[in-house]
Design a protein around this ligand. Structure first.
Ligand SMILES: *[C@@H]1O[C@H](CO)[C@@H](O)[C@H](O)[C@H]1NC(C)=O
Length: 490
């Protein structure tokens, strides 16, 4: 059914472009930015969250060999975690935590850049570099959180809702007994002593030392059991035993001896989730540990609103939809575990912004499921924001919302026409953002352009999760490709 629909749709798109080409030939003009090409006409109410969950179709499992998990927004009505609305962070808090995640990512880049002039890329050196400000994956991600999936752990299997994060490697969950502190989580805390399949990792095991690159911290040792510790940018952390356990992803797919952190001392803004699912590049990530079965290939769709659901899918199954467009996954020279991307340009309403290509080539770029708002080099952001402002000039402006400075009061409108925004990734891959990836709405009277500028043009560019919404985002890690397909959550 899904396949029919895709076929149908691409046929009509081809037909449409044929008509457009034909009419421009007849009219003797190349109307590259006709109004329909240039704008999205959207209902203002579609930008605002709805009070109840609209579940999308169950991920295509039966007709497909792939393994899908349902993805929900952590604080939305589709999440079982937060029932009390008062627990949900405000937009200001979300954006503030987002900024602290970004700072933590950037300090890691800066630090590594400044010490990697020598040719040393050995593990130990990298550890030294990243140790001070610890990680990649900041608590802010975790705090602002955003997207969770439910997996099964142990024998008998216990369901645990974990925040999924492409900027993290180690998967961990809170474990009994909580030696020092466990934060409040929705599901019962995992207890390894009642699981028939749990095993401790010994300190002398080579996988114990693999924790260095996965966590940025040297593992400890207690009663000959390997102890992991991971700290996040905002002083959230998890410490506990490094163990092996049976991980059940779907009803048909389980993995014995999955390496994970059994956290007995955990603190932070994890908002009721039981822990974290690490989807980074490092050896210990879920992607690598399940690599034999799934070919280091996964994809997800992040729902465009907190009241709908998306999916996280492992493996290629019957293949990639033809609507998915690929760009190379870039290697980050600094040698961390992020997924690197290269952006070549940005278009607004069908017109490519004049941003010197050196602006993009001078900043490393990553895609991150845990950063909310895309961070651009300030030169690129100001070009984007001024082009956007020009095309939105008929709408009244509104005050800035935290880091978002281009905001509108749309409360007097039922529909609005907003300029289309596309990103051009290396290889010429053009990704036309969903309206939900262009605007961030606090309320109808404060709807903002969902982008922010970095402090400096050389700071790492981060392609965040708002801009990824509604796309099928495909990580072909083995093939070193990243893909974007429209309507991924359908
Ligand atoms: C794992 O190691 C810790 C520390 O030695 C110990 O307290 C715990 O009982 C061990 N768990 C299992 C299942 O062996």
């Amino acid at each position: 059914m899904a396949t029919d629909w895709v076929l149908h749709r691409s046929t009509s798109i081809n037909f449409l472009s044929f008509v457009v080409v034909l009419s421009s030939l007849l009219l003797g003009c190349i109307c590259s930015s006709s109004p329909d090409d240039a704008h999205h006409t959207i209902r203002v109410s579609s930008l605002l969250p709805e009070p109840s969950c609209k579940t999308s179709l169950a991920p295509q499992q039966a007709d497909d060999k792939r393994s899908s998990l349902r993805v929900v927004h952590k604080h939305g009505p589709c999440s079982q975690l937060v029932q009390d609305k008062a627990d949900a962070p405000t937009h200001d808090e979300i954006l503030l935590r987002d900024q602290s995640r970004v700072k933590s990512i950037q300090s890691r880049f800066t630090k590594i850049t400044s010490t990697s002039t020598s040719t040393s890329t050995s593990k130990t050196d990298r550890v030294g570099d990243s140790k001070a400000d610890l990680p990649v994956q900041s608590g802010s991600t975790i705090g602002a959180g955003n997207y969770i999936v439910t997996v099964g752990l142990g024998t008998p299997k216990k369901d645990l809702s974990l925040i999924f994060d492409t900027g993290s490697d180690l998967t961990w969950t809170q474990c009994e007994p909580c030696i020092k502190y466990c934060y409040k989580q929705k599901e019962p805390t995992f207890n390894p002593s009642v699981s028939a399949s749990y095993t401790n990792i010994t300190c002398t095991s080579s996988v114990c030392s693999d924790l260095i690159s996965a966590t940025g911290s040297t593992p400890g040792c207690s009663a000959s059991t390997c102890v992991y510790g991971i700290q996040y940018g905002d002083s959230s952390y998890s410490v506990g035993f490094f163990g092996k356990e049976k991980l059940t992803l779907t009803s048909t797919d389980a993995f014995d001896n999955f390496l994970f952190g059994c956290g007995q001392n955990n603190r932070g803004l994890f908002g009721g989730a039981a822990g974290l699912l690490g989807l980074g590049r490092d050896k210990v990530s879920v992607v690598q540990q399940t690599g034999t079965k799934y070919g280091k290939y996964f994809s997800y769709c992040l729902p465009s609103s907190s009241s709908s659901t998306g999916h996280l899918t492992f493996g290629k199954g019957r293949g990639v939809p033809s609507s998915v467009k690929f760009t190379p996954l870039a290697t980050i020279p600094q040698g961390n575990n992020f997924y690197g991307i290269n952006i070549e340009g940005i278009s607004v309403a069908g017109t490519k912004l004049s941003i010197s290509s050196s602006i993009f080539s001078n900043a490393p770029g990553i895609i991150d499921s845990g950063t909310v708002i895309t961070r651009l080099p300030p030169t690129a952001y100001s070009a984007l924001s001024s082009a956007f402002k020009k095309l939105m000039s008929k709408y009244p402006t509104a005050p800035a919302l935290s880091i978002l400075d281009t905001c509108y009061d749309l409360s007097k409108y039922s529909t609005v026409a907003i300029p289309k925004v596309s990103f051009i990734f290396s290889g010429g891959t053009n990704v036309n953002l969903d309206p939900s990836g262009i605007l961030y709405a606090a309320k109808a009277s404060q709807v903002c352009l969902a982008f922010a500028g970095n402090g400096d043009d050389t700071d790492v560019l981060i392609y965040g999760n708002v801009q990824q919404q509604s796309f099928e985002v495909v990580y072909d890690v083995a093939g070193m490709k990243l893909g974007f397909g429209p309507n991924g959550c359908a």
